[in-house]
Write a protein that binds this ligand. Structure first.
Ligand SMILES: [Zn+2]
Length: 123
């Protein structure tokens, strides 16, 4: 989702910081005034802000300033979660135990078959 549209809380006269060039990789070298500046996401090129409580958190946890827009981070996290979290299910036709990205709650609302039963059903 690449868009040039501006975030509501980012004003025209804000100083723009390019990541990674304008932002120190070490959180100890990041100044307090970063919260008054707009950061440009490396991936989406969308500007975003780091708020004071976020900055405090990164300092406490010794984490670098994020290089991506929060939406992009959220998308990435969702993608990772789906590739990591697998739930077991039993194919209702052959009773084979398998794994799926669907949670047990989601499984209640959809019919999931193992691949061979699914292909047999399609044939
Ligand atoms: Zn099956």
């Amino acid at each position: 989702m690449v868009s040039e549209s501006k975030e509501a809380n980012i004003s025209d006269n804000m100083e723009i910081l390019r990541i990674p060039d304008d932002v120190a990789a070490d959180i100890k070298e990041v100044d307090d005034d970063i919260v008054t500046k707009a950061l440009v996401c490396e991936t989406t090129k969308k500007p975003f802000l780091v708020i004071k409580s976020e900055l405090d958190f990164y300092r406490k946890m010794k984490l670098p300033i994020p290089i991506e827009h929060p939406w992009q981070r959220m998308q990435e996290r969702t993608r990772l979660e789906h590739s990591i979290w697998l739930y077991s299910f039993i194919c209702p036709q052959c009773r084979q135990k398998l794994y799926t990205v669907y949670t047990p709650e989601e499984q209640d609302n959809i019919d999931i078959l193992c691949e061979s039963c699914y292909l047999r059903k399609l044939a």
